[in-house]
Design a binder for this molecule. Structure first.
Ligand SMILES: Cc1cc2nc3c(=O)[nH]c(=O)nc-3n(C[C@H](O)[C@H](O)[C@H](O)COP(=O)(O)O)c2cc1C
Length: 206
């Protein structure tokens, strides 16, 4: 099976990258093909300065192409052949990062650029069902629970993924330092999270 680890931080290296790498290394050792996608490396812009070309068939009865030139279609193509996705997402200002919102808006509305999403329902059927896990970084005292629920709310109509919330405070650390992975208890938490994912994979294969 092929698993993609997707890092959704504004910076290149921090807790999200370390946690995803930790998980991918473990999965790789037990036979998974792995791909790391760090959003830092790409240009991802929100829906803006358009004329709802993605809904042109509904509005103007014709096909039109999204005018936004960014890396979302390219990233989606990279992910298309993967079997499952694992995201690591930080809490920013009590919410999901704008980068994640931008990605979700755009990836759900890129018909014409890939053959996969002819309509929004295809996004729910194909893309959301491949997302099996979220690692959320943030403190409950700073609204990280809201971030987690924002993320999970996208799955109201699809199987819910596994999710863990890693609070730096719980380990006496400051998340901005990006060194949570040095904590043995964090690694153990990630191991348990991976076990949950593996159980799910076994269930699907049976
Ligand atoms: C712009 C910004 C806003 C943040 N807001 C919050 C917050 O509201 N709650 C929280 O628990 N952590 C907050 N943090 C801390 C990050 O969630 C934390 O540093 C996390 O480790 C970032 O991911 P990274 O290490 O992969 O970059 C914020 C960090 C930044 C840069």
């Amino acid at each position: 099976m092929k698993v993609a680890g997707i890092v959704v931080s504004a910076r290149k290296e921090g807790n999200c990258l370390h946690c995803v790498k930790y998980c991918l290394d473990k999965l790789n050792k037990i036979g998974f093909d792995t791909l790391l996608v760090n959003f830092y490396e790409y240009n991802i812009t929100p829906c803006s300065h358009c004329n709802y070309e993605c809904y042109a068939e509904v509005i103007r009865n014709q096909k039109e192409e999204c005018p936004i030139q960014d890396d979302v279609p390219k990233i989606y193509e990279m992910l298309e052949n993967m079997d499952l996705f694992l995201f690591a997402i930080p809490c920013y200002g009590g919410h999901v990062p704008a980068l994640y919102r931008a990605w979700n808006e755009r990836v759900a509305h890129i018909p014409g650029k890939t053959d996969i999403f002819k309509k929004f329902e295809d996004f729910q059927r194909v893309y959301l069902r491949k997302i099996w896990g979220f690692i959320v970084i943030g403190n409950l005292t700073a609204a990280a629970d809201i971030t987690l629920h924002e993320i999970l709310s996208d799955f109201y109509n699809a199987p819910p993924p596994e999710a863990i919330l890693l609070q730096a405070r719980e380990y006496g650390r400051v998340s901005l330092k990006g060194d949570l992975i040095e904590e043995k208890a964090v690694k153990e938490r990630l191991d348990r999270f991976l076990n949950l994912l593996l159980k799910r994979i076994k269930r699907i294969k049976m």
